[in-house]
Design a protein around this ligand. Structure first.
Ligand code: FAD
Ligand code: NAD
Length: 449
């Protein structure tokens, strides 16, 4: 028997569950299909569990330095298993929230596959609708090196509640650096091997370099331009990582290798029967409205590869429902200690695009709040279009960067220039004064040139 409905959503990650809940709230007869736990990668194996561990890492570092603040703790122990138990409790509570959010949606448990145009089967059940939204997400990409099976990916890592003494992370991207930051706070000896010239390739070079230097001061050994060729195991069960760096062959012997080298799309079966085409990289091809090559079929979130972030997945879902959303300005952050965040263009992108820009920075060291908190590592960089002083980028390395960036995202979405931004009074003492200060310096530089 075939069930007709208004909309079918495949996958209950942040793309799928938010979109299904919104569709149902608009009165649409909505079906969501999920083969695993509600919440997707973000809630179960991504954003939330890692951010819970990032918080434990921050607390560990604060307690370690407590004496400097006039607080005597009388000694402390680091308990990664307890941090994982807290992580799991946070995830469990939020998962219940997703179940509640989906109360107005018909939820079907199982693997969805296309059996025709806008027609989806789950086991023996068949569903058809004028609109189908694919939100099946992504999974870890394999490390292309001999013996890569000896490395663990982020999914396996998040299922563990113990850490060995020495860890090598292959990939200095977002996942690799967040885990390196957590491991270091829990007392592990950490090394990172990154293929590119700098860690965090999409971030501004200045910010990425600052993070690399900050991690180095915390004892993390970061090697860039490193290409891993082989992983093997010793008689004692340790891992041997062979790599080349600037033409020289090198080796690291470690207890665990973590592979964090990107993610690849998870595709439902039968896409060819639905008429859905893929890009050269194997993601689902969509236009600006998130429509695939098949009429009535949309693809949102990681599976289309446009922007692999949870909030981008939800925002694209709103676009698929016909809402007006500005997908050009999407802030992103790395939850390391210190944090990094960005919105808009980097200096490197401006240079490549031939954009005439000015950039200016303000350091946290000249900010009262940052000094009072005892954590004045970092800076804010603002980039303006030189001719009209429109804000085209902001890059932050430092505490609370992930929250600070949002103000600039709003200013950019409103099309503000630096003089309009200067009209806004910033509270004192707050870290946001550092953003205002960088903006003022950029404004002056643009006016003088
Ligand atoms: P997903 O969250 O992957 O959900 C897809 C769902 O579809 C899954 O539940 C899956 O089981 C289901 N599914 C797949 N195929 C089928 C099928 N055939 N039938 C039924 N169900 C199916 N992003 C951020 O913005 N901030 C962060 O701090 C952050 N941290 C991260 C940390 C880690 C370690 C990782 C791995 C990712 C992180 N991300 C973060 C990225 C974020 O998790 C993803 O961008 C986001 O989850 C994508 O959402 P989605 O809805 O597209 O897919
Ligand atoms: P990524 O693309 O950010 O980083 C992968 C890194 O691995 C790159 O720097 C790449 O140069 C390097 N690399 C690839 N192959 C290598 C090799 N053989 N040897 C050494 N280095 C190699 O991917 P990721 O860190 O796996 O994260 C995947 C996605 O998840 C990202 O697109 C990101 O948007 C999302 N994510 C976001 C957050 C966040 O928003 N805070 C956190 C985690 C993940």
């Amino acid at each position: 028997m075939t069930t007709n409905c208004d909309i079918i959503v495949i996958g209950a990650g942040p793309g799928g569950y938010e979109t299904a809940a919104r569709a149902a709230a608009c009165g649409l007869d909505t079906v969501i299909v999920e083969r695993d736990l509600p919440g997707g990668t973000c809630l179960n194996r991504g954003c939330i569990p890692t951010k819970a561990l990032c918080r434990s890492a921050e607390v560990a570092m604060t307690v370690k330095d407590a004496f400097d603040y006039g607080v005597s703790t009388g000694g402390f122990t680091l308990d990664y298993a307890a941090a994982c138990a807290r992580r799991d409790a946070v995830v469990g509570e939020l998962r219940q929230g997703v179940v509640t959010l989906l109360e107005g949606v018909r939820t079907v448990r199982g693997e969805a596959r296309f059996i025709g145009e806008r027609t989806v089967a789950v086991g023996d059940e068949v569903f058809t609708a004028p609109k189908v939204i694919i939100a099946t997400g992504s999974c870890p990409a394999p490390l292309r090196a001999e013996g890569s099976g000896l490395a663990v990916d982020s999914d396996r890592l998040l299922a563990m509640d113990r850490l060995p003494a020495e860890i090598t992370v292959v990939g200095g991207g977002v996942i690799g650096m967040e885990f390196a930051s957590i491991f270091a706070a829990f007392g592990c000896n950490v090394s990172v091997l990154e293929y590119c010239q700098e860690i965090l390739p999409p971030f501004d070079r200045e910010i990425a370099k600052r993070l690399r230097m900050a991690m180095k001061r915390r004892g993390v050994d970061v090697t860039v331009q490193a290409s891993v060729s082989r992983i093997s195991v010793t008689d004692e069960g340790r891992r041997v990582v062979e790599y080349t760096c600037k033409g020289k062959d090198k080796t690291i012997v470690t207890d665990m290798v973590v592979a964090a080298v990107g993610r690849r799309p998870v595709l439902p079966q039968g896409l060819e029967l639905a008429g859905v085409e893929l890009t050269e990289k194997g993601f689902i091809k969509v236009d600006g409205s998130m429509i695939t090559s098949a009429p009535g079929v949309y693809a949102i979130g990681d599976v289309n590869g446009l922007c692999m972030l949870a909030h981008a997945a939800s925002a694209q879902g709103r676009v698929a429902l016909g809402e007006r959303v500005n997908l050009d300005i999407i802030p992103s952050a790395v939850f390391t200690v210190p944090e990094c965040a960005m919105v808009g263009m980097t200096e490197q992108q401006c240079a490549e695009a031939g954009t005439d820009y000015v950039a200016a920075t303000a350091t946290f060291r000249s900010n009262g709040k940052a000094m009072a908190t005892g954590d004045a590592e970092g800076l804010v960089m603002v980039i303006l279009n030189r001719a009209d002083r429109r804000i085209i980028g902001c890059h932050i390395c430092g505490q609370h960067a992930s929250d600070l960036i949002q103000e600039v995202a709003v200013a950019m979405a409103a099309g503000m220039d630096s003089s309009r931004f200067a009209e806004v009074v910033h509270g004192h003492p707050t870290l946001s004064e550092c953003v205002a200060s960088a903006m003022e310096k950029a404004d002056e530089a643009a006016r003088k040139s």
